[in-house]
Write a protein that binds this ligand. Structure first.
Ligand code: ARG
Length: 562
């Protein structure tokens, strides 16, 4: 049952000038349960009704039929609704226990396909913390959209083409060795790249050579192509190890190079529509009517650019997936690029460009400074995951040394901590990365939520397999009631996270629910043999189900014991 709708229907006869939606958008959640379960504020009606808000509230209460609620009272400028606790508890717990992990599923997306461009690291460079953000945000959005009956398509748009390959080949030929690349591809390729940038300051001729190598690559030169494809496959192998640790998979690894033979069509359409103009030898699309800089489609030497590939990719995705939305989880610093991308598509006559959404996120800094591959100042994700897992191990060793499958749990907790830390921040917030903080297990962390879930499971294990009762006096005491109400908010929370493309909404929800449960558990002896035992256990079971599902949406595992 939707309680906001019930409130709106109850209020409707007293507020003939407002639609049900008008009423619903005004409904608030009171700060404490003492003020009821939902509240309708009357301030905004004072002007039109020419009455004081307090008067309006008490008049409403007199006019309505309150029989669907335990109580409806005017409190100052609010009409406060108190639910019938028994019916509410039976309704929510019944749903959670019947639906299990499917609680909160909906048909909203009607199977519409949603490509999600995510992770998309650059070949021959390490996956940075920035790519981690894109990976985990994208993965969580895929899970959230999937729950709402969309069909997410996770695409890793690898940075596997571009002038940097000219630099890399040049550097490799100067200082590289096959054995080194094979032994540790990412770090050694990065070393070459960093060294190139250190030395080209004094040897600008290196840049010419790099340009030549890239040209050769574009023309299909055998040696260049061989080196490129070798760098690519070695890097991809290393990336896949990290994805495996994160337990994140992709539906496609079509990267930038995949579009090499698909860009001519883009240029042709732009030419037919007379959209390409010459500017300083380069071909550009003028976007002044969008208040944007011209989009650079082809350089003076004929080389195509990042945006040209993205235009080809956007068209390819529309054709391949007939998407209802197309998402790009890419750092905030590329906002202008995606504005240009949408604008050029619009100019080309593709109205579906409105369905393209850039999902930006803030920067991760280290000691307040921007990370950069060029300077070699990177945080290596692999190392972060290792450290987090080691720390999880230590905690388990200290708290629960007899735990079976310790390694598996330490993995779930350590890696879960890294993922959760990233997702609990609103994605646009930048944050300074500090390993200590990520792997801290106190406070609002992944392990905290996992621990609440494991605690619930442990209670249930101790209880054996009792029958669960969805009603009982035990469910209306304040801590139980707060927990129940949070459970009821889960479906709407998932929908909000999907429309705002904001996994942090689910992460914050999980923290709230874990906190409410810990409070309940701290105040209540659950495992006491009395008439209410099965009602308490139903609540515990429901909390466990919803915490686990919330964590799943974030891409975090929920071990039963830790
Ligand atoms: N490889 C790029 C980078 O690391 C991100 C690519 C994002 N996706 C895209 N379709 N442009 O900055």
């Amino acid at each position: 049952m939707d309680y906001k709708q019930l409130v709106a229907a109850t209020l409707a006869p007293a507020l003939p000038d407002l639609t049900s939606d008008d009423i619903i958008t005004k409904i608030e959640q009171p700060k404490t349960s003492k003020q009821g379960d939902l509240a309708f504020p009357t301030f905004t009606l004072a002007k039109t009704l020419h009455k004081a808000p307090q008067m309006i509230a008490s008049d409403i209460v007199e006019q309505i039929d309150d029989s669907d609620f335990e109580q409806v009272v005017a409190m100052g400028p609010y009409v406060n609704f108190f639910f019938k606790k028994d019916a509410f508890a039976a309704d929510i717990l019944g749903q959670v226990l019947t639906d299990g992990g499917h609680f909160g599923d909906s048909k909203l997306g009607e199977q519409g396909q949603v490509p999600i461009d995510m992770s998309s690291p650059n070949i021959a460079k390490p996956i940075s913390m920035g790519h981690l953000r894109s990976t985990v945000i994208g993965n969580s959005l895929a899970n959230i959209l999937g729950k709402l009956d969309y069909q997410p398509v996770k695409i890793n748009h690898l940075g596997d083409w571009g002038t940097q390959f000219g630099k890399l080949i040049t550097a490799y030929k100067m200082w590289g060795s096959e054995a080194d690349v094979k032994a540790d591809p990412i770090n050694n390729l990065l070393k070459y790249y960093v060294r190139f940038h250190e030395e080209d300051v004094e040897h600008p001729e290196m840049d010419d050579e790099a340009r030549d190598w890239f040209k050769k690559l574009e023309n299909g030169d055998e040696e260049a192509t061989h080196l490129w494809s070798w760098f690519r496959s070695e890097s991809l192998k290393a990336f896949k190890q990290i994805y495996e640790r994160l337990d994140i998979d992709f539906d496609s690894f079509n990267g930038e190079a995949f579009y090499n033979d698909k860009m001519q069509e883009v240029v042709d359409i732009l030419e037919t529509k007379d959209l390409l103009h010459e500017s300083q030898g380069a071909e550009v699309v003028d976007l002044s009517k969008y208040d944007l800089n011209p989009a650079l489609i082809k350089k003076s030497d004929g080389a195509t650019l990042y945006i040209t590939r993205d235009l080809a990719a956007a068209i390819y995705r529309k054709r391949t997936y007939e998407f209802v939305q197309s998402l790009y989880v890419v750092g905030n610093e590329q906002t202008n690029h995606f504005k240009q991308l949408k604008a050029v598509l619009k100019e080309m006559g593709f109205d579906w460009s409105d369905e393209i959404h850039h999902i930006p996120f803030g920067l991760i800094t280290s000691n307040g400074k921007k990370l950069s591959t060029r300077s070699g100042r990177v945080i290596l994700l692999d190392k972060v995951l290792d450290d987090a897992v080691t720390l999880a191990h230590q905690q388990i060793e200290a708290k629960n040394p007899d735990l079976p499958n310790k390694d598996e749990v330490a993995d779930a907790v350590g890696i879960g901590a890294v993922i959760f830390h990233d997702l609990k921040n609103e994605r646009m917030n930048s944050f300074d990365f500090n390993l200590e903080e990520v792997v801290r297990f106190e406070g609002e962390t992944g392990p905290y939520v996992q621990y609440a879930h494991a605690r619930a499971e442990s209670i249930l294990r101790k209880a054996g397999s009792p029958e669960l009762a969805t009603s009982g006096q035990a469910l209306s005491d304040p801590a139980a009631w707060d927990t129940l109400k949070l459970l009821s908010e889960f479906p709407a929370t998932v929908v909000r996270a999907s429309t705002e493309y904001e996994p942090s909404i689910v992460a914050k929800y999980a923290i709230h629910l874990a906190k409410a449960f810990n409070k309940y558990y701290g105040n209540t002896k659950v495992l006491v043999e009395d008439d209410e035992l099965n009602a308490r256990l139903a609540l515990v079971k429901s909390v466990s189900v919803v915490l686990k599902e919330a964590l799943r949406l974030l891409g975090v595992k929920a071990p039963d014991e830790m």
